[in-house]
Design a protein around this ligand. Structure first.
Ligand code: NAP
Ligand code: MN
Length: 265
């Protein structure tokens, strides 16, 4: 089987990457960072996000695993102490695949060009230039005009990241949905937004349309770009899904508990 390993680049993660490569050489594994069937990341959730975007063009053929060398992660949920057991299982067992929903972001530019992106955590829309003013429509119907710092649209597995800091709900990844949360909306007698996070099902896309000519900072997971020619941004549950190689059960709510309440078993 073809596999690859991405290290965060610190000493500990690099050493673990070396161990993995040495071990897997004894089995029938071939290191191939072009077309891996298995993409392993060593570091944190940030390292996992980077690996995800490296192979986002081949989600049908690449499954992901995350090993954490810092605190427990949501994607990086294996500890280095489990490494030997994990490697034996990778080598010997056909692994179980778990799939999570993704966010599809379709950016239409003023010249009609459309860019498609996938996010594992979220897409955020802000401006370096005062407040954003966005016409928000849901399933083609005008919903509100948002004025404020910006909007964040998250996946269920991204709901524990930026979304959580914005008081969004934590969504179980078995629910194919996206969540829209506000960044400091302006609410007074002139401007009015809903204020609550919205959870949308897969057949309800959400479109953001700027009403003022501004430049926008659009972040997709850990990557931010500045755009000055945005016609609209449409977010929806993606057709594609991310696939995780699972070797032992680690239920989502247990990961939430261990990350945010207490890491005691
Ligand atoms: P970062 O600044 O290192 O990430 C912020 C934190 O979010 C890190 O502790 C990261 O874990 C953690 N994280 C990433 N995905 C998560 C998830 N699905 N559930 C729970 N925690 C998660 O930058 P980064 O590592 O490149 O990650 C980019 C992400 O940062 C974005 O996708 C966004 O969700 C998040 N972010 C959060 C805030 C906020 O909470 N106010 C603001 C901006 C961005 P690791 O340390 O394991 O990498
Ligand atoms: Mn990080």
């Amino acid at each position: 089987m073809k596999y690859t390993v991405l290290s965060r680049g610190d000493e500990k993660s690099n050493a673990i990457k070396e161990t993995i490569v040495e071990h897997l050489a004894h089995f029938n594994f071939e290191y191939d960072d072009k077309e891996p069937a298995l993409a392993i990341s060593v570091g944190g959730d940030g390292t996992f996000l980077e690996n995800f975007h490296t192979y986002v063009h081949r989600l049908d053929s690449t499954a992901f695993i995350g090993i954490h060398t810092g605190h427990l992660g949501f994607y990086a949920d294996w500890v280095p102490e489990e490494l030997e057991k994990l490697l034996l299982q990778i080598a010997n067992k056909p692994y179980h695949i778990v799939e999570y929903p993704l966010l599809d972001i379709s950016i239409t530019h003023k010249d009609g060009r459309v860019d498609e992106h996938l996010a594992l955590n979220e897409c955020s829309v802000k401006t370096p230039d005062g407040s954003v003013v966005l016409d928000v429509s849901i399933k083609g119907e005008h919903f509100e005009t948002f004025r404020g710092d910006g909007l964040v649209i998250s996946t269920p597995s991204g709901s524990t990241a930026y979304n959580k800091a914005l008081n969004g709900a934590i969504i179980h990844p078995s629910l194919a949905s996206i969540q829209v949360t506000e960044l400091a909306s302006i609410n007074n007698r002139v401007f009015r937004t809903i204020g609550s996070p919205l959870i949308l099902p897969s057949h309800h896309p959400c479109t953001l349309r700027p009403t003022l000519d501004k430049s926008f900072l659009i972040a997709i997971d850990h990557m931010t770009e500045n755009h000055s020619d945005i016609e609209s941004i449409t977010c929806s549950v993606a057709k594609q899904r991310v696939r995780f190689a699972r070797f032992r059960p680690f239920p989502f709510w247990k990961r939430v508990h261990d990350s945010f309440i207490a890491d005691k078993r």
